[in-house]
Design a binder for this molecule. Sequence first.
Ligand SMILES: Cc1cc2nc3c(=O)[nH]c(=O)nc-3n(C[C@H](O)[C@H](O)[C@H](O)COP(=O)(O)OP(=O)(O)OC[C@H]3O[C@@H](n4cnc5c(N)ncnc54)[C@H](O)[C@@H]3O)c2cc1C
Length: 401
Amino acid sequence: MDFSLSKEQQDIKKAAAEFAKGEFKPEVAHECELNHRFPRELYKKAGGLGFVGMDYPEEVGGGGMGVLENVLIVEEFCKADSGIGMAIHLAYLPAKIVRIFGTAEQRRKYLTPITRGDWICGVCFTEPDHGSDLTRMETTLVEKSDGFVLNGTKIFTTNAAYADYFIVLAQDDPDAAPGKGMTTVLVEKDPSSRLSGSLEINEIPHKMGIRTTSSGELVFHELKVPKKNIVGERGKGLNTVLGFLDESRIEIAAQALGNAEGAFLKALNHARERRQFQKPIIDFQAIGHRLGRLWSQLMSVKYLTYFAAWMCDQKNEKDLATLPLFTSMVKHHVPETAKKIIDETITVFGGYGYFLEQDVERRYRDNRIVEMYEGTVEVQLNNMVRILKKLNMDFIDSSLL
Ligand SMILES: Cc1cc2nc3c(=O)[nH]c(=O)nc-3n(C[C@H](O)[C@H](O)[C@H](O)COP(=O)(O)OP(=O)(O)OC[C@H]3O[C@@H](n4cnc5c(N)ncnc54)[C@H](O)[C@@H]3O)c2cc1C
């Protein structure tokens, strides 16, 4: 068994770490946090250096690599800074749908500007009455002779205020059974790309974390888009969403991994330097043991995340059948563990940990969303139970070999 990354993967990880350490300065992170500003200049630089779209084909400017390489970058970015790291990742993550399900023309048009860090994208699944339950959408998609008309409301869309395009899940067939008859469709922000109707975007203010991102409500008023904007198979929108989530949830878990690693490093440094009762606080067993446990927890989620990403990249027929078991495993376990780790680092910092300056309270707030978006912890556990209940016992046993 070889746990080491390839030379190329090590180089990618090192380059991402160097870039993030050099560019994600605390003063920039705090300014973005306090002004609720997306760090567009850093996104653009990250794109220019090839960190955006590592899994896209080379012909559209991507790296032609896989989920594991993306995980390494997201981990390093979030390790350096949770707010900036998560904002950059969330700005390009939705375009993965186009990479997996788009036509050659859609990939060229919608992925190329993302890889350069010029465009930002968003994904609109959630509606006021449909969050965890995506088996039916109230947003409708109606076919006309020259296009498709969207009507409805989406909420909590990340990057709402500045995304150049959105991928929207809509109910195409109103009479279809739950989970059926939905379609994903591309909607560009540029009004000239649409045939008629309008798109209203309203920012949802006052959120707990990831204040470096926008979260908004999108309202589609008789919005007509060209027929070529359908992405993936018509009527199979839920499959498109689930195919995306199988990959994206692993990368999302890497956000939590990096968030926890960054908090741990800060806390370890603080525990070695901070003196009370004439000795460094790491010499008090309560603090030293705490850090020892955090290290063990960190390593367990780190290699679990790498393993899920590696498994996803293998595209092995047998593994793919159980992939959602591993995707949901990291999507619930990594952020839950990271939450505990970051909380403990606040303890190590004492009163200083309660203030923005040390960044551990911000990491805690930023990290909290990783348990929720792209399916809550409870939804991940439901997925796992569904698979564990159904799969042949011999097959499960052989997966553990
Ligand atoms: C900051 C932020 C950014 C987001 N970004 C996006 C985005 O870009 N695009 C997008 O489409 N959505 C986005 N979301 C929405 C997010 O994916 C949903 O909030 C999430 O899926 C939960 O849906 P809900 O909020 O409606 O909660 P609900 O579905 O109402 O759930 C409420 C509670 O009930 C639990 N629950 C629900 N069903 C079950 C069940 N069957 N078994 C056990 N427990 C259950 C949930 O786990 C949760 O604890 C974002 C949300 C936030 C807060």
